[in-house]
Design a protein around this ligand. Structure first.
Ligand SMILES: Cc1cc2nc3c(=O)[nH]c(=O)nc-3n(C[C@H](O)[C@H](O)[C@H](O)COP(=O)(O)OP(=O)(O)OC[C@H]3O[C@@H](n4cnc5c(N)ncnc54)[C@H](O)[C@@H]3O)c2cc1C
Length: 512
């Protein structure tokens, strides 16, 4: 028997679950399969940046995520040092108060671990109508002009089901079997470095600042390592590098050796840490050559793997999932032409490149001074990259002249097409659900234009003195904002024929 579904999502990590949630909220029939028995048991990606929280806000889960990360409100410190009580080489973040993003968003960032966020995404995706099947893996996938035929197998019963989908989202992680099956290559470095992940319990006293997220990059004479506290009191993650090229493997790091490394890292020679979990990771920097093959889209780590120095892998997996979700929903509803789907790669791949290169520069500064970063694009400011990123694609009507910049200053957002609509207190709750026209002035003409549009366009007059300048509008102007909160187009001044103008713009940005 063949099971019919509009979108099949493979993988229930941050990328797959976000895509499932956003698709289900758009009313799309979505089935998600995940080979593991449940969501992630490790808190790998601890941290939701402001853009992720904006997407979560629109999905109705930001408050739950915040409540699950009590450290978020308290601050963040990032230090590069020889050991916890040793020489401080750089203080990258003092306490988090230097992150003034108030011109761009009113929402806070989160600090919850992936093990906490994934169950929230799962619960809300299912509540919105997504079907999610665990211990179920994709074993085959063939596509034709009309759809994709996939075989999924239950790992306990061995039962196989054929699923026929209009589209497939491959959110199957860094080693993506689907990407390999499609013959999509990658560029970059496969094994940049290798590290252990050691979760331990101990009382580190005032070596670590309680309450805040206190992240250390340690350049100890005997090892390099990361060390960070967690939401659980007296629980830490210690992540030392190891070197296969010197013949090392995780098996060489037994209990006693790890204890002595933790003592050296913390400058507490008598510490008796209790090791509760160990694992190992390969740190890679890898970008897929294409994000789309026919009816299949790569999302999250399947599309790119970035070093964790920057905390962007999970956040951009959420961003990918949200981006492809609204576009697929628009095409499946008949609001948009198929070519809208090409804008997924056009928009998200440059972001992936920017994130990888910036994270590599960070890695050189924080952990590996010898890392060769020649040939990479220049790093961008962290906040500008998170909130001031820019899309160039046919789903945006860019304004000329294009200054060529990849990002804009988070402290002075411009409201230009291709950038995030600045999140004012007066606008944040108007966005994120549909196409929206935000009007400066009385808005009557634009309201008529929105009513004439043949897709849903919500029209709002924004009564906020900060709005016109922040969005770059004169009285009578309007901004057209996409369902993902990106400005698609704006009329800085009133136009003669708003009905015709809006129709022309929608035809263009929706690839009709
Ligand atoms: C040590 C470490 C620290 C990190 N810190 C951060 C951080 O601070 N901030 C941040 O944003 N990111 C961080 N990351 C990165 C982040 O964890 C990943 O980028 C993120 O988990 C990617 O999500 P994903 O959904 O794309 O992939 P994954 O989480 O890998 O999910 C893919 C899923 O697909 C499933 N799957 C694979 N093949 C199949 C199949 N054939 N059938 C069914 N299911 C399949 C897998 O079982 C898996 O559950 C860190 C990563 C590491 C390793």
């Amino acid at each position: 028997m063949t099971e019919r579904v509009r979108v099949l999502v493979v993988g229930a990590g941050l990328g797959g679950l976000s895509a499932s949630l956003f698709l289900a909220r758009e009313g799309v029939d979505v089935l998600t399969v995940e080979r593991h028995a449940g969501t992630s048991i490790h808190s790998r990606a601890a941290g939701q940046n402001w853009r992720t929280m904006e997407l979560f806000h629109w999905a109705g889960i930001d408050e739950e995520v915040l409540a699950a990360s009590p450290r978020a409100a308290q601050g963040l410190r990032i230090t590069v040092a020889t050991s916890l009580a040793g020489r401080v080489l750089h203080r990258l973040v003092e306490d988090g108060s230097e992150f003034d993003v108030s011109a761009s968003t009113t929402l806070p960032a989160g600090m919850a671990g992936q093990d906490v966020v994934e169950p929230i995404l799962l619960a809300h995706a299912e509540k919105a109508g997504a079907r999610v099947r665990f211990r179920t893996e994709l074993t085959d996938l063939v596509q034709d002009d009309d759809g994709v035929t996939a075989t999924v197998r239950h790992r306990d019963s061995g039962e196989e089901t054929v699923v026929r989908a209009d589209y497939v989202i491959a959110a199957d992680g860094g080693r993506s079997g689907i990407r390999q099956r499609l013959g999509i290559g990658t560029t970059g470095m496969d094994a940049l470095s290798h590290c252990l992940g050691v979760v331990f319990d101990a009382d580190l006293g005032d070596r670590v600042q309680a309450g805040v997220t206190d992240l250390f990059y340690l350049q100890h004479p005997e090892f390099t390592a990361g060390l960070v506290n967690t939401d659980v009191p007296n629980r830490y993650v210690f992540a030392p590098d190891y070197f296969p090229e010197k013949g090392e493997s995780p098996a060489d790091f037994g209990h006693d050796r790890l204890v002595s490394m933790i003592r050296a890292a913390t400058d507490l020679p008598d510490l008796e840490p209790e090791i509760v979990w160990t694992g190992s990771w390969e740190i890679a920097a890898r970008l897929a050559d294409r994000f789309r093959s026919g009816r299949v889209f790569l999302v999250g780590d399947a599309a790119k793997v970035t070093p964790p120095t920057g905390g962007q892998g999970g956040n951009t997996a959420v961003g990918d999932g949200a981006d492809i979700a609204w576009k697929l929903a628009a095409v499946l509803r008949g609001d948009a032409g198929e070519a809208l789907l090409d804008t997924y790669e056009a928009e998200r791949r440059p972001i992936a490149r920017m994130v990888i290169d910036t994270s590599l520069h960070n890695m050189k500064q924080r952990m590996h001074p010898d890392l060769d970063v020649s040939g990479l694009t220049e790093p961008v400011d962290m906040l500008d990259g998170i909130l001031g990123f820019r899309y160039r694609s046919t789903a945006v009507l860019s304004e000329e002249p294009d200054d060529g910049a990849r990002v804009e200053d988070v402290h002075a957002p411009t409201g230009r097409p291709g950038f995030r609509a600045p999140g004012l207190a007066s606008t944040v709750d108007l966005l994120g659900r549909s196409w929206v026209l935000l009007c400066a002035g009385d808005g009557t003409a634009w309201q008529a234009a929105a009513a004439e549009a043949d897709i849903r366009v919500d029209c709002h007059v924004v009564d906020d003195s900060a709005f016109p300048s922040r969005y770059g509008l004169s009285t009578g102007g309007a901004s057209l904002v996409r369902p993902d909160g990106i400005v698609a187009w704006r009329a800085k001044e009133p136009v003669e024929d708003p009905v015709g103008e809006l129709r022309r713009v929608l035809t263009s940005v929706l690839s009709r």
